[in-house]
Ligand binder design. Structure first.
Ligand code: PFF
Length: 449
């Protein structure tokens, strides 16, 4: 496979941030915080990002740069004849499944661009805005049509190769998105429910926190940093040889968390201002923010820009999610790029129809008390990503050579890497032990106190 690489370290970071920042930050993070008790969850989440998320991000990037190949092949290269590549296979399947519900939400953002352009939120009560969302996502045709449009765009881009496009879109879209979210946050804090919203997001009330919350925090940190999905390994393979992997990983995690927290501020301040329910789940961003736009100077343009950027942020993520399956199809199954893109996107779209329909009135698409949509989300984020990442770090920490890791992180001893020791302890002990503990407890195998 030809490996073009990114034009600069900054370009690589922006592309990786482009993959990391997406619906996970603006759509998923706030509603997961909402359903898991607010501030206490935020604290646990940030802790998990630092001691587990960042070390795993570093690990994926270093595996990628060391081997310069895709996520299944890289294990075969590092450990020939061993089965560690199973981690890569789980990751590819997970990215396939994730894209099938992610593209549904991405489709919602397109509908909301049209709704904002048509000024449909003005003069509506919070209840009416909420009904607008519910009746849209539960209708049979429209959301599926938008999902189709989104998958088509994704496929066209992936078919013709990604690194250039991703880098270009991300370099512009992410900084602009950051500015808009900051302005929305400022507007939110100055609303009547500002204080209460901030309290909900930042005050850690552990009486509302459950063991489930740990697993959700762990799963979300993988989801949002695009870990356990074969993506950062691939991006890592494009990092310039003189790039600083640990520093890059820290910047990616920092930007990613910053955008999520700002989105959280914007959303929870409006939740409490308009008496909405912070625990309502997947519709949170689509139901809360349309109440705020009409209350802002320039609200029309703001609302429109927000949903356009949400769709763009989603696009930089869907591209990388599809790339994961396509790279596997091209490298491991020896398909042409065109054929692999078409088959992967087609299969994902068919599955997304089920996800979308499961939000409708028909309960035959429910599994284990969850809609098919929510079921896929939980299955992938909470279990598949964690297990793929766990196998990966057990390999790196226990079956791979420490000196080789040091060599890669210091760019062959030409870079001082003070954080190496901390990274290695997290990789070998803290991250795997914490992850095993969280998984076993949430499965009920270990009893929580
Ligand atoms: N990290 C993205 C988000 O938070 O929206 C989701 C994602 C994109 C996950 C790309 C995985 C991936 F490969």
């Amino acid at each position: 496979m030809e490996r073009k690489g990114f034009s600069s370290n900054f370009g690589m970071i922006m592309a990786a941030v482009g993959s990391a920042v997406g619906l996970g930050n603006i759509w998923r993070f706030p509603y997961i915080v909402g359903t898991n008790g607010g501030g206490a969850f935020l604290l646990v989440y940030i802790l998990i990002c630092i001691v587990i998320g960042v070390p795993i991000l570093v690990s994926e990037m270093l595996i990628g740069r060391r081997t310069k190949t895709d996520s299944v092949d890289c294990f075969k290269k590092l450990a020939p004849g061993k089965k560690w590549y199973i981690s890569g296979i789980i990751a590819v399947i997970a990215s396939f499944l994730i894209l099938s519900f992610y593209s549904v939400v991405a489709g919602w953002s397109l509908e909301y661009i049209v709704k904002s352009a048509g000024n449909q939120f003005v003069g509506k009560s919070p209840d009416e805005i909420s009904n607008l969302f519910t009746s849209f996502i539960s209708s049979p045709i429209k959301p599926i049509a938008w999902t189709f449009v989104f998958m088509l765009m994704t496929m066209v881009i992936v078919k013709s190769g990604v690194s250039e496009g991703i880098e270009k879109v991300s370099k512009v879209a992410i900084p602009v998105l950051l500015v808009i979210v900051i302005l929305l946050g400022i507007r939110g804090v100055t609303l009547a429910g500002g204080r209460e919203g901030l309290k909900f997001l930042f005050y850690p009330d552990f009486s509302k926190f459950t063991m489930e919350g740990f697993l959700a925090a762990l799963g979300h940190s993988f989801f949002t940093l695009s870990l356990g999905m074969a993506i950062m390994t691939t991006y890592g393979s494009y990092i310039p040889d003189d790039g600083n992997i640990i520093k890059s990983a820290l910047s990616i995690a920092f930007f990613d968390t910053l955008i999520a927290v700002l989105a959280g501020i914007a959303i929870f301040t409006s939740v409490f201002t308009f008496n909405l329910d912070p625990t309502q789940g997947a519709g949170l961003v689509f139901i809360t923010l349309p109440n705020v736009f009409p209350q802002m100077p320039g609200g029309y343009l703001f609302g429109l820009a927000f949903f356009v950027l949400l769709a763009l942020a989603a696009l930089t993520s869907t591209i990388s999610l599809l790339e994961s399956s396509v790279a596997f199809g091209v490298d491991s199954l020896k398909l042409s790029r065109k054929k692999a893109s078409f088959l992967a996107a087609g299969g994902i779209f068919l599955l997304s129809i089920l996800s979308s329909l499961s939000n409708g009135p028909d309960t035959s698409l429910h599994i284990a008390g969850l809609t098919f949509f929510d079921f896929l989300d939980k299955l992938t984020s909470n279990y598949m990503l964690t297990i793929a990442a766990l196998i990966e770090i057990i390999f790196l920490g226990w079956a791979y050579d420490k000196d080789a890791i040091y060599d890669e992180l210091t760019n062959h001893h030409s870079l001082e890497q003070k954080a190496f020791k901390a990274y290695y302890i997290a990789l070998k002990y803290i991250a795997p032990i914490a992850m095993i503990f969280i998984i076993l407890t949430s499965l009920g195998i270990l009893k929580s106190a």
